[in-house]
Design a protein around this ligand. Structure first.
Ligand SMILES: [Zn+2]
Length: 493
């Protein structure tokens, strides 16, 4: 497999340090708020990388952290009058639930800062002993100028970075680029005992400590979102090499692109719906997953509900195709056809080749859709025999498993409720009507909000608007029946 390594700026052959094994560290979330679609993208991208490597025969060890204590968590916890570690534990649970819905295979280890303080202190001690850190009145700082390779990952010179560094209130640092390894606690703040004084770790040190602890001094791939290249990953390299010497940290650096908001007009009332929870309330997790994978991981991804709706259509095609293969009656007298077997072989080789080429998921999807078209065509030309059908089903299942698109239960539920692919239209109508839905958006509540609004219009004698709403609902196969006491709705299609 070839991967684009941020550090060498080249696309290189992945050569793990140990044959047949890949160690992978991915920076996790700071759980102080619900996850947004950017977090989901990072999780889905590295999940597919892992699935692909496992499919190729590697044993993968995957570690991803939770920054369960930091300034933002402490601030929010104070606002909520809640202990900080309880707040972060709550959002970690939520995040894990979201990840299950996105069909993410959980990492092998998910260390938390609050449970890794010993490892963090040991690592800082090494850095201090090697002369790369100094103690001030408010903490222990890493001396960037002492580390000669600083800036190698982001490709910037120290002078350039220094001029761009924010001027901070903190005057105790020797250099604006220096960063905290340990912060002394202010009165009343959560803290741990350390050789330098009571306090808590700075942000960057945890990822060095946890990756080295769970993957060893020298592992294969370090991943994360592109926004972490500077300063977070730059600092991780500096800390780790200052402690252990060169060559004892990550061999390859992978970065997934950011999610940007598209220019589409979004509802003022609904706000920009980019929370994973809100999206999962309206769409099956598999649809969101497909949406996130259609764009290759390094590219920026433009988020729009229209894009998710489109992904819903693609997902529906895949589900229907799988159903078509399952329900096709084999011709017992038919013979296996070479052209059918070729379609299966072609899918497998093209799919693998696409992912081997720096995880090109968008091309992998193109191979899948081409395969589906080819099989449909072959099926119209003659009845498929049992062994061919089985072969096609096996190939499809293998591909869907690597993409993590092999769970149909949620989709079946949307379909059963008759609400599959109606979220986009309902959100649009609700926006048009200026309805601000309650917290806890879901498709059913958006629909109910629209029906209630129509009732209001009727009561006020605005029959034109009431009729218009009825027509727009009818356009998406939702029929309204005005009863004596209440309005019923029937969902068709
Ligand atoms: Zn990190």
């Amino acid at each position: 497999m070839r991967i684009h390594d941020t550090l060498s700026r080249k696309t290189v052959e992945l050569e793990p340090r140990e044959r047949g094994r890949v160690s992978l560290y991915v920076c996790g979330v700071t759980p102080y708020a619900p996850a947004h679609v950017g977090h989901a993208r990072t999780a889905v991208v590295y999940d597919v990388l892992k699935r692909h490597l496992v499919h190729a025969g590697y044993e993968v060890r995957h570690v991803s952290n939770y920054t369960d204590i930091d300034d933002k968590i402490i601030r929010r916890a104070r606002e909520n009058n809640e202990p900080p570690l309880e707040l972060s534990a709550r959002f970690i649970r939520e995040y894990q639930e979201d990840m299950i819905r996105l069909n993410i295979v959980p990492p092998d280890v998910e260390p938390r800062v609050s449970e890794s303080i010993g490892d963090i202190i040991d690592l800082i001690s090494l850095i201090v002993a090697n002369g790369y850190a100094y103690v001030t009145g408010d903490g222990v700082y890493f001396a960037v100028r002492k580390f000669e390779h600083y800036g190698r990952l982001s490709g910037r010179s120290v002078d350039e970075m220094r001029s761009g560094a924010r001027v901070e209130v903190n005057e105790s640092k020797d250099d604006p680029l220096d960063f905290a390894l340990w912060k002394f606690a202010r009165p009343g703040e959560i803290s741990w005992v350390s050789p330098w004084g009571e306090g808590r770790p700075g942000w960057h040190i945890e990822c060095s400590a946890m990756s080295l602890r769970y993957l060893g001094a020298g592992f294969d791939i370090h991943g994360g979102g592109e926004d972490l290249i500077f300063p977070h990953h730059e600092n991780e390299i500096a800390q780790s090499e200052a402690a252990l010497g060169p060559g004892h940290f990550a061999k390859y650096w992978l970065h997934s692109g950011l999610v940007t908001m598209s220019g589409e007009k979004m509802s003022k009332s609904l706000g920009n719906i980019t929370g994973v929870r809100e999206l999962l309330a309206m769409y099956p997790g598999q649809v969101l997953r497909l949406f996130l994978l259609q764009t290759s991981y390094e590219k920026p991804l433009k988020f729009s509900l229209a894009g998710v709706e489109q992904a819903f259509g693609s997902y529906e095609r895949i589900v229907e195709f799988a159903e078509f293969l399952r329900s096709s009656l084999p011709n017992s007298a038919g013979e296996s056809k070479a052209e059918v077997r070729d379609l299966a072989a072609k899918l497998q080789s093209e799919f693998d080749a696409s992912l081997d080429d720096n995880l090109n998921t968008s091309r992998a999807f193109a191979s899948l859709f081409e395969f589906m078209t080819g099989v449909r065509k072959a099926a119209t030309e003659g009845v498929l025999c049992r062994s061919d059908l089985e072969e096609l089903e096996r190939s499809l299942a293998g591909v869907l498993n690597v993409l993590g698109l092999d769970q149909t239960a949620e989709y079946a539920e949307h379909k059963r409720m008759g609400l599959a692919r109606k979220a986009g239209a309902l959100l649009e109508l609700s926006d048009y009507l200026g309805i601000a839905p309650d917290a806890g958006v879901n498709v059913a509540s958006v629909l109910q909000g629209i029906i209630d609004r129509r009732q209001l219009a009727r009561t006020a004698g605005d029959y034109a608007l009431a009729d218009q709403i009825r027509e727009r609902l009818r356009a998406v196969d939702i029929a309204l029946e005005d009863g004596a006491d209440k309005v019923r709705y029937r969902i068709n299609g």
